[in-house]
Each structure stands twice: as structure tokens, then as C-alpha cells.
Ligand binder design. Structure first.
Ligand SMILES: [Zn+2]
Length: 334
């Protein structure tokens, strides 16, 4: 009998649930307009109801392999409690996994959302042929996921892969983590808006200033649109995003020598605007990368060609975390 699994992507603002078959084909996706700020009790109930409905609908066609849930927080590997969940106020310390299992009467797998996204890219996306992957997700913050030997690497206390808090500038901007000059302060959507607003304040004749004043919802996409239209100041912002990412990825490449680094999250949509600066910085700062840089021409799939360092965009867009969550029960051996 064919198998399917159910994946949940619990975001800071919405909740998405999907039934996916064992080959990665989407059977059905549900988006719940659940207000996550209403708290864990309310959200878990709505989530379980939707999971039950999907399960009932697809049970006649296949066997349920399991349920995986990606959450935007750090999960304690020993207690399965959410240790920290900045985007889920009121959720820290709540026995999320145990409560869902109690309501559904079956085991579920809980995982950090960036790890789930990395798993999704490994299963169906940019890192399909690789067992060792680092993934950076550039969104409101900068998240990270690490897969080593085909398995999620969580570290001693579930806190591995915090690439967003690698130092880019030792005297840089203070960060919410307590440090300063973290990648998150230079490579996230939040950073792009902050830099753009700083620029606008200094130059009221600039296009950025005009856009910031006229767009009711001024965001990183507005800055990207300006850059794409040729605005030099907006392009400068993405050069600096690229340089910051290049510094961080050079450190990762030097430290880990992995074959692939995947960049996802909303800001990765601006790839063409920041990637040239990223690669320039990377070449200068990482001899390991320079020695393993893929050539522009397509190489034959020889063993040698495989020993190249790929830095590439995520392929699944915003869906990586959802597919990765659906994959969790399979890789966890539930
Ligand atoms: Zn930080």
C-alpha cells in the first residue's frame, strides 16, 4: 500500500498543513488563518482538527507514515519542549509535542523550522543529491539548518545551525541575541529595511526616500524592486547584503568544507541582486572555496566534478519547510 505523511509548518503568522505522498507529490495543502498569537492551546486544537481531516481523507488511498511539525523555535532534544520561540509568544516551555500526541493519539515529530526546510531541500529541492548540507534562510531573521550524513545535526542541546548569529562585524550593530555585528543584522529582510530607512533619512532626494514615504507597507521587496529598476543606492544595499553573506559563508566553507550551501527564505528572491557580491567576497575570503569553485561550464558528472562547493538558491521557495516537515517521520524512523 502506498504511504503518505502529513507535514505542518507552524509560522509566526500562519499555519500550513499538507498531505504528501512518499515520492514527494503534494496531495493536498491547507492554510489555516489561525492567529498564532491566540496561544498554543487554541492553535494546537485547530491544527489537530485539520490533521485529522486530512488523515481521514487520504487513509483509504494509503498508509499514514507519520506526522511531522516544523516550529520556529529551538527544541530541547531531551524533553521535546520548545526552549525558545521568539515568533511564538507564550509557547516557550509548553509541551507541544506531548499535547499534539495526546489529542491525535499517535506519535508526531517536532523539529526546528530551519532544519525542516533543509530537509525539504534535501528531499526534493536544490540539495537532492547530497548528504551533507548547510542551509541559510533569509527572512525576518536569518535561520540555519545543518544536515550531516543525511541526518539533521542538532548539536548537544538542539541549538546547532544558528548561522544568523555568526559575527560579521565585531563592533557592529547590537543583536537581539546579546552579541553584536551578527549576520542577521546585515542579511535579513529586517536589515534591508533598516539600512534603506537609514539611507532615506540621509538623502531626502533619493528614490528610496520617495518610496519609503509613498509605499504604505515599505518592505525589502520595495528595495529590491528599486534595485531591479537600476537605482544605485538600492543596489548598494544588496551589495552589502551579498558581502555579509559572503563573509559568513566563507567561514562556513572554511570550517566545514561541505559540498553544498543552500540559501532560502524570502530574501533569496533577490539572488540576482546580491549573489555577485557574495561570490566575490567568498573567493577572497575562502581559499577552500577558491580551490573547489565550480567552473562556469557544465562539467561531466565525474567524481572530480562532485568535489565542488556549490552555493545555490533553494528550489522549493516557501514550501521547503512544509515538505521537510512531511519528510520528518520517514527520516526519524517512526
Ligand atoms: Zn545575534
Amino acid at each position: 500500500m502506498p504511504k503518505f505523511s502529513i507535514g505542518v509548518d507552524l509560522g509566526g503568522t500562519n499555519l500550513r498543513i499538507a498531505a504528501v505522498d512518499e515520492h514527494g507529490t503534494l496531495l493536498e495543502r491547507v492554510s489555516l488563518s489561525t492567529d498564532v498569537s491566540l496561544g498554543p492551546h487554541y492553535v494546537i486544537k485547530a491544527m489537530c482538527e485539520s490533521i485529522r481531516q486530512l488523515d481521514e481523507r487520504y487513509r483509504p488511498t494509503g498508509e499514514l507514515a507519520g506526522i511531522g511539525i516544523g516550529v520556529p523555535g529551538i527544541i530541547d532534544p531531551e524533553t521535546a519542549l520548545l526552549r525558545e520561540a521568539e515568533n511564538l509568544p507564550g509557547w516557550a516551555g509548553v509541551p507541544v509535542q506531548a499535547e499534539i500526541e495526546r489529542q491525535l493519539g499517535t506519535r508526531v515529530v517536532l523539529e526546528n523550522d530551519a532544519n525542516a526546510a533543509a530537509l525539504g531541500e534535501k528531499w526534493l529541492g536544490a540539495a537532492r543529491d547530497f548528504d551533507d548540507i548547510a542551509m541559510l534562510t533569509l527572512g525576518t531573521g536569518v535561520g540555519g539548518g545543518l544536515i550531516l550524513g543525511g541526518k539533521i545535526w542538532r548539536g548537544m542541546s538542539g541549538m546547532a545551525g544558528e548561522f544568523g548569529h555568526m559575527t560579521i562585524d565585531w563592533e557592529g550593530i547590537p543583536c537581539s541575541c546579546g552579541s553584536r555585528g551578527c549576520l542577521e543584522q546585515y542579511g535579513s529582510a529586517t536589515a534591508i529595511i533598516r539600512i534603506a530607512k537609514d539611507m532615506a533619512r540621509k538623502d531626502e532626494a533619493s528614490e528610496i526616500f520617495k518610496t519609503a514615504c509613498s509605499a504604505p507597507d515599505f518592505n525589502a521587496k520595495c528595495v529590491y524592486d528599486l534595485a531591479a529598476q537600476g537605482d544605485q543606492q538600492a543596489q548598494e544595499i544588496f551589495h552589502s547584503v551579498g558581502r555579509s553573506l559572503g563573509i559568513a559563508i566563507a567561514d562556513l566553507v572554511n570550517a566545514m568544507n561541505l559540498p553544498i550551501y543552500v540559501i532560502g527564505g524570502g530574501v533569496s528572491g533577490a539572488w540576482d541582486a546580491f549573489a555577485p557580491s557574495l561570490f566575490e567576497e567568498l573567493r577572497q575570503r575562502s581559499a577552500v572555496y577558491a580551490a573547489t569553485e565550480p567552473s562556469a561550464e557544465r562539467e561531466p558528472s565525474s567524481k572530480k566534478a562532485k568535489r565542488k562547493t556549490l552555493i545555490t538558491r533553494a528550489l522549493l521557495g516557501g514550501e521547503g519547510g512544509l515538505y521537510g516537515a512531511a519528510r520528518l517521520p520517514v527520516v526519524s524512523g517512526l
